[in-house]
Design a protein around this ligand. Sequence first.
Ligand code: PAF
Length: 283
Amino acid sequence: MLNRPDIIRTVTELRAMVSTWRRDGQSIALVPTMGALHDGHLSLMRLAATQADRVVASIFVNPAQFGPGEDFERYPRTEAEDVAKLATVGVDAAFVPHVREMYPEGFATRVHIERLGDVLCGAHRPGHFDGMALIVVKLLTSALPDVAIFGEKDYQQLQIIRRFTADLNIPVRIMGAPIEREADGLALSSRNRYLSPEQRQTAVALSVALRMVRDAVRSGDDPAAASAKAREDILQAGFDAVDYVEVRDPWSLELVTEPGRPARVFGAARLGSTRLIDNWAIE
Ligand code: PAF
């Protein structure tokens, strides 16, 4: 049976709902999203339902994490469809605040993450991770969940969230969930809907090239050489630009220069005005 989630617009209402659940001895999972929900998001919701008695999903296109010239304006806003999808995966409440609720008049606070936030996407999207961290801190301290779940497609984001929740003593368990992929290997992303049918064909080349880096490094190849080859392959396949392909440590995100140790290969590339990211574990 489908149970439509309650739609909550304010932090006050969210806190009231969570404290009622807490009084009844129930635990809470939070799944933050920017909406435009796809099967990857729904897998996070399903995982959340196995981790707590109640699941809250947030839907908020956070202006603070978009830079000038990025896709904040055109980012898909599909609230009615999103809420209908949440009903199919047992979400109890959807927190869907307006921008003014999260950033009221006079708002003046920033969160800055050093080191982990300076590399990979941080080097190409200045301010992005600070804006992301700001909203995630606000969501966590508003909902006060026991566990919060984030997809590994945004693996750098996940590591940054682990860092600042530890640094700021936010009492929440952060859980990563595996990347969901299309049948051909393309990582699910809300931004895939920007792709033309032709670009969609090309897009899979990012995942294929990164997987080849994973296989090469696993069999003992030099990470830098394998990454350079992947950059060429991605351009050859029809991408317009490659922001990076790099093999890094899965925890510190420092560059890995030797094969034979746990690592992760990360890539970001642009197809027209769409920027796609992906990563694979190298175990
Ligand atoms: O991954 C996302 O969708 C966003 O960065 C997040 C975590 C919901 C914060 O806006």
